[in-house]
Ligand binder design. Structure first.
Ligand code: NAD
Ligand code: DAU
Length: 341
């Protein structure tokens, strides 16, 4: 029998990003008495326009700050009962160009939050991680599960793997009540247009080509962000302390398949594809076996990839201001206008 606590005050880190902002919307809508403090430093990926509708919500507060600021996170951890940690540098290509911020945020920032959770009476801590920590699969290899050994292969995935190890070490050493989730590729609204699905949709709306890396045969497993948020909700309420949960979409696709599907939905032809140089160290395939979370918590994906992709394309077509403000850089002015800095 699963139990849900009746009140939570959450510190959500990275809540101005793609998954974090979807999660804040999801939680405040589902639980009418829950409160959320959103700590986000607003890197290029943080966008307060994602949360515009919550500005006057008394159950929501935004704090601009760095998760690697030990004093700040110690203070904030004292004000909440649960920490849900999304904040990260999240883009593999950027980690190949310059990985310093990945070490500072993903490793040092996670350490600061763990210290803050520990220093405030062992606060409940959920860490959002990725399937990329498990490395790369070939066709026919069994999917990753909670027992798969870590084998990260990019500076991004190595920094996330490092943060996972730190989180687990605080459980074993200090008894910090942690859980970790390792999820496959998300897609949906508010996805920053540097990642393949939003980049390709918005490029095609603009009449541009879509840059497909290498031969386009790398495989990713796609999950709608709302299904991911529901899985996190179940883990923070009913997950076993100290455990890891693998979350996946049961929707493995080659990048070529994704590209052709998007072209078809948008009435474009293959002349819009531009094959470009491959990503360095490009992981071939990710796949997730999510049977543990299905059996223990009753979670499974509910949004079929074809439906989710169609809805996502529609969202980008209906919200041109959101992504054109990103592509022309003016979204970074929004904070200054709203908060006067
Ligand atoms: P994102 O890049 O869209 O958002 C990251 C957010 O973190 C931004 O708002 C940014 O401003 C904030 N941030 C960055 N550095 C910070 C710092 N030092 N202090 C405070 N805030 C900071 O990322 P996302 O795609 O929403 O991913 C969120 C989390 O989920 C990450 O931990 C990522 O590793 C993980 N994840 C993502 C996916 C995916 O497909 N996007 C899949 C699995 C796991
Ligand atoms: O698997 C989970 C991970 O998914 C998360 O941990 C990361 O934060 C998230 O960014 C995502 O990583 P990927 O590298 O898989 O996502 P991205 O959208 O960057 O690339 C998806 C695939 O598409 C990958 O095989 C590279 C390819 N690609 C990507 C871009 C941006 C292209 O072919 N062309 C492109 O322009």
């Amino acid at each position: 029998m699963l139990h849900a606590t009746c009140y939570m005050k959450l510190l959500v880190t990275g809540g101005a990003g793609f998954i974090g902002s979807n999660f804040i919307h999801y939680i405040l809508k589902k639980y009418p008495d829950y409160e959320v403090v959103n700590l986000d430093v607003l890197t290029y990926a943080g966008n307060l326009e994602n949360l515009k509708d919550l500005e006057n919500n008394s159950r929501y507060r935004f704090v601009k700050g760095d998760i690697a600021d030990y004093a700040l996170v110690n203070k904030l951890a004292g004000e909440v009962d649960t920490i849900v940690h999304f904040a990260a540098e999240s883009h593999v290509d950027r980690s190949i160009l310059d990985s310093k911020a990945f070490i500072e945020t993903n490793i040092v920032g996670t350490h600061a939050l763990l210290e803050a959770a520990r220093g405030n009476g062992n606060k409940r801590f959920h860490h959002i991680s990725t399937d990329e920590v498990f490395g790369s699969l070939e066709t026919g290899d069994p999917a990753f599960n909670e027992k798969t050994p870590y084998d990260p292969r990019s500076p991004y995935s190595a920094s996330k793997a490092s943060s996972d190890h730190l989180v687990r070490s605080y459980f074993h050493t200090f008894g910090l009540p942690i859980t970790i989730s390792n999820c496959s590729n998300n897609y949906g609204p508010y996805h920053f247009p540097e990642k393949i699905i939003p980049l390709f949709i918005t490029n095609l709306i603009e009449g541009k080509k879509v840059p497909l890396y290498g031969n386009g045969m790398n495989v990713r497993d796609w999950l709608h962000v709302e299904d991911h948020c529901r899985a996190i909700d179940m883990i923070i309420h009913n997950g076993v302390i100290g455990d890891t949960y693998c979350i996946g979409g049961n929707a493995e696709k080659t990048n070529k398949e994704i590209t052709y599907k998007i072209l078809e939905l948008m009435g474009k032809g293959e002349e819009s594809i531009e094959f470009v140089a491959d990503r360095k160290g490009h992981d071939q395939r990710y796949a997730i076996d999510f049977s543990k979370i299905k059996q223990e918590l009753g979670w499974e994906p509910t949004i079929a990839f074809e439906d989710g992709l169609q809805q996502t394309m529609q969202w980008y077509q209906d919200n041109p201001e959101w992504w054109t403000n990103i592509k022309n850089g003016s979204y970074q002015e929004y904070y200054k206008k709203q908060y006067g800095e």
